[in-house]
Design a protein around this ligand. Structure first.
Ligand code: PLP
Length: 482
């Protein structure tokens, strides 16, 4: 590593990315390439001799850019956002440059201590109960992991070990976990990996009557039935802001039920958690005092660049009992005194990135006030889009808007005897193929809907208006032609 060459290439890369952000709107938002496109262009093997960065960057623009879906484009309204920011990128750069591996406190004390501090800062910003914070005096605390799926897996395994200690290992086949049919598929993956029998995963159906939220009565009935049949209720995942339509499960009521059975409750707010730094959204977390763990992705809606999943647990010892290892080669005085956090015991892997740096930079560079205003501006833009849809009688809103995502479709009334789902599916494909904007869909209760998720960092009102124009133009063309 030659510091001067790093300086030269680093500056070049910053310029390259600044130009990319400046010109991002000229690229089709969703990549238009066919599968296997890159193999046709790139050589079969790595170069034997070094190649200059200038040439590589030219190839990035020529060969890689066409295969990118531009998540940071102001016209990206698909999935949930993955918000970057200047502080988030610069923070990633700092962490990549330092490249420390803070698996235990001694391996880089600042990496561990900064992580504990920013997790407390963030917990306070979201008004989490003190029981989740290091500074709360109840033994709780937070950790930064890569993804929600990892956070879910770690918490299920923690709950599993805690329960098996109580009921005996031979009863592992009796453990049951609960979620709704709107819970993210990463929960199913976590359940599969955790060794819980998949037949013991109760997916509770939701209905339009409860706006597709997990119904406490259905949960209660299912648990009662399981107990009668000799099963052991272990874990429930509640969601604040489901992926399909941003539904919020009634956490308070759900926790009142699970409390009686000693069920571990994990609260997944992967996207919507970002909004909970604003006091007006914090009521969605009512009841969290009776849950066991809570996670959200700061890389989704808190400007912190992938990856940054923040997980808080009330009882970290449940995590460490399940996940800790003590190989001799990692033995050190600090660990032996048990006065320090060794984050390797709070997660799946041993090695870990210094993710806290970028979160620290984001929180400090913008401050709580600005971060709240960014979130609010996205919500305001979503309200504006919702209004545009509502006043056009050919369209309808198909799910209540809770945050910065609007679910809509061309309404059956405008379509006469055409198949509604098929029409909307074709409309979405037609829009995505043109490359001006990008949206994705959901299918809930048999209704195919188009999701319009706002939070890309460069999006302004003019992009919302332009997007609506694109949607109307495609709908007009299809309504006339078909
Ligand atoms: N939970 C919810 C509600 C989500 O919306 C998502 C992804 O969009 C996930 C979990 C999965 O997150 P990850 O990719 O971090 O595992």
């Amino acid at each position: 590593l030659d510091p001067e060459e790093f300086r030269r290439q680093g500056h070049m890369m910053v310029d390259f990315l600044a130009d990319y952000f400046q010109n991002i709107e000229k690229y089709p938002v969703r990549s238009q390439v066919e599968p296997g496109y890159l193999k046709k262009i790139l050589p079969d093997s790595a170069p034997y001799k070094p190649e200059p960065i200038e040439k590589i960057l030219e190839d990035v623009e020529r060969d890689i850019f066409p295969g990118l879906t531009h998540w940071q484009s102001p016209n990206f309204f698909a999935y949930f956002p993955c918000t970057s920011s200047t502080a988030g990128i610069v923070g990633e750069m700092l962490s990549a440059g330092l490249n420390v591996v803070g698996f235990s406190w001694i391996a880089s004390p600042a990496a561990t201590e900064l992580e504990s501090i920013v997790m407390d800062w963030l917990g306070k910003m979201m008004n989490l109960p003190k029981t989740y914070l290091f500074s709360g005096g109840h033994g709780g605390g937070g950790v930064i992991q890569g993804t929600t799926c990892e956070a879910m897996l770690c918490t299920i395994v923690a709950a599993r070990e805690q329960m098996l200690e109580k009921v005996g290992r031979e009863n592992i086949e009796k453990l049951v976990v609960y979620a709704s049919d709107q819970t993210h598929s990463s929960f199913e993956k976590a359940v599969k990996i955790s060794g819980i029998k998949l037949e013991n995963f109760r997916i509770i159906p939701t209905t339009k009557d409860t706006e597709f939220a997990l119904d406490p009565k259905s949960l209660s009935r299912t648990i009662e039935q399981d107990i009668k049949s000799g099963f052991i209720p272990l874990f429930m995942c509640a969601t604040i802001g489901t992926t399909s339509t941003t539904v919020v499960d009634p956490l308070k009521l759900l926790c009142e039920i699970t409390k009686d059975y000693g069920i571990w409750v994990h609260v997944d707010a992967a996207y919507a958690g970002g909004a909970c730094i604003c006091p007006e959204f914090q009521h969605f977390l009512d009841g969290i005092e009776n849950a066991n763990s809570f996670s959200f992705n700061a890389h989704k809606w808190l400007f912190s660049n992938l990856d940054c999943c923040c997980l808080w647990v009330k009882d970290p010892s449940a995590l460490t009992n399940a996940l800790s290892t003590r190989p001799e080669y990692l033995r050190n005085k600090a660990t032996d005194t048990e006065q320090v956090v060794d984050y390797k015991d709070w997660q799946l892997s041993l090695s870990r990135r210094f993710r806290a740096l970028k979160l620290w930079l984001v929180l400090r560079s913008y401050g709580i006030d600005n971060l709240r205003n960014f979130i609010r501006s996205h919500v305001k833009m979503a309200k504006h889009f919702e209004q545009l849809v509502s006043i056009d009688e050919r369209f309808e809103i198909v799910a209540p808007r809770n945050f910065s995502m609007v679910c809509f479709r061309v309404s059956p009334l405008a379509l006469g005897n055409k198949q509604v789902n098929k029409f909307n599916m074709e409309l979405l494909e037609s829009i995505n193929s043109c490359g001006n904007i990008h949206m994705t869909h959901a299918l809930v209760g048999g209704v195919y809907m188009i999701r319009f998720a706002i939070a890309a960092p460069l999006t302004e009102y003019k992009h919302i208006d332009m997007a609506w124009e694109v949607i109307c133009n495609h709908a007009n063309a299809m309504l006339d032609v078909n």
